[in-house]
Design a protein around this ligand. Structure first.
Ligand code: FAD
Length: 322
């Protein structure tokens, strides 16, 4: 029996939903392959998140707790991850794909002499390794990839798997760790948060995305109102981030964020390949565009051909009734 270990990422004092999606998938793989599934939380308050993780079926939960982690620097995280791998000896160590894992996975793979498959949309246990599907070339191609060996790191895009609750009486093991600020060559001085109450697009269950068809403040207000009634995050095409209408952090696409929410509503977006690369994996795609030939309709599950200024007000009113 081997161990499949899942890293539980914490962001803004909350467990990242995408980590629990990965844990849910690992639990399923472990059950069908006769393996054990374990989880690790590395945070200044790691133990406070144990109950939230227990619901998703890990048989053992490691915690690594130290004030140094509030620094969000890679040096302590890498050191902690290496210590966790040496303790848990996982066959597969699975992460949710985030900006942070892009940075850390290569370093951890080199440190542990492990194979690494980053940013996949699905993975399965294979013969002496794992097989995974990885969208490449702006998601035009899905590459079937494979990693062999007895230590494999993999990161999985958010929204790839459903959450499955599966409460177990997990054993909790604290791994001793301490590191001093003086051991760091670089330290974090300040975090400047993105504007206001924006919802993390990687975690959002629904996203309303605005494109160049949203021409003015009236259109932006409609986008905000629709996002508010759906409790959705707001995203944008590059046309509007480059124009300074929306913050660059909200850009979705090849050179922006790659998202896969349950619901993606593209408003006044043509559906250029570079935009679609960032949202094609969304579960349900709704497009609102006045041009019936707009390419966005090729990837949409539901399309509304019409002027967004006329379509959105009754659309919002109908949603409010639900
Ligand atoms: P447009 O293509 O101008 O489309 C506007 C749409 O709005 C049209 O389909 C029109 O019919 C519709 N419309 C207009 N008025 C209304 C109305 N009143 N009601 C309803 N519909 C209306 N783009 C990204 O989004 N993300 C990226 O990450 C990205 N990366 C790129 C990387 C590279 C290397 C390059 C070259 C380009 C990249 N782009 C990216 C740009 C991309 O090619 C497109 O130019 C961009 O996505 C277009 O944005 P848009 O759909 O909002 O605008």
């Amino acid at each position: 029996m081997s161990t499949i270990l899942t890293h539980i990422a914490i962001s803004d004092g909350k467990i990242k939903r995408s980590s629990l999606e990965v844990l849910s998938h690992c639990k399923k793989l472990a059950e069908s392959g006769g393996h054990s599934v374990e989880a690790v939380i590395i945070d200044e308050k790691a133990s406070s998140f144990v109950d939230g993780v227990k619901k998703y079926g890990a048989s053992k939960i490691y915690t690594v707790e130290d004030p140094i982690f509030k620094n969000h620097m890679n040096t302590p995280l890498l050191k902690a991850l290496a210590k966790v791998m040496e303790t848990a000896n996982p066959y597969v160590f699975a992460f949710a794909s985030t900006e942070g894992t892009k940075d850390i996975l290569g370093a951890l793979a080199a440190n542990q002499d492990a194979a690494v498959l980053p940013d996949v949309s699905s993975f399965e246990l294979g013969d002496g390794g794992i097989t995974a599907k990885r969208p490449v070339m702006a998601a035009k191609i899905i590459a079937n990839t494979e990693a062999k060996g007895d230590k494999i790191l993999v990161s999985v895009r958010s929204g790839s798997y459903d959450l499955v609750e599966n409460e177990t009486n997990a054993e909790v093991v604290n791994i001793d760790f301490s590191m001093d600020d003086n051991d760091l060559k670089a330290t974090l001085k300040e975090i400047i948060s993105a504007s206001g109450d924006t919802i993390d697009l990687n975690e959002a269950e629904a996203i309303v995305a605005a494109g160049r068809g949203v021409k003015d403040e009236e259109g932006q207000n409609l986008i905000s109102e629709l996002a508010s009634v759906l409790n959705a995050g707001i995203g944008a095409s590059r046309a509007l981030t480059e124009a300074g209408v929306y913050d660059p952090s909200l850009q979705i696409g090849q050179t922006g964020k790659v998202v896969s929410p349950q619901l993606y509503i593209a408003v006044g977006i043509s559906g250029a390949i570079q935009h679609v690369a960032g949202m094609a994996n969304s579960k349900v795609i709704v497009a609102i565009n006045k041009d019936p030939d707009a390419p966005i309709f090729e990837v949409a599950d539901y399309g509304i051909v019409g002027d967004l200024y006329k379509v959105l007000p009754p659309f919002i009113e109908e949603i409010k009734k639900i």
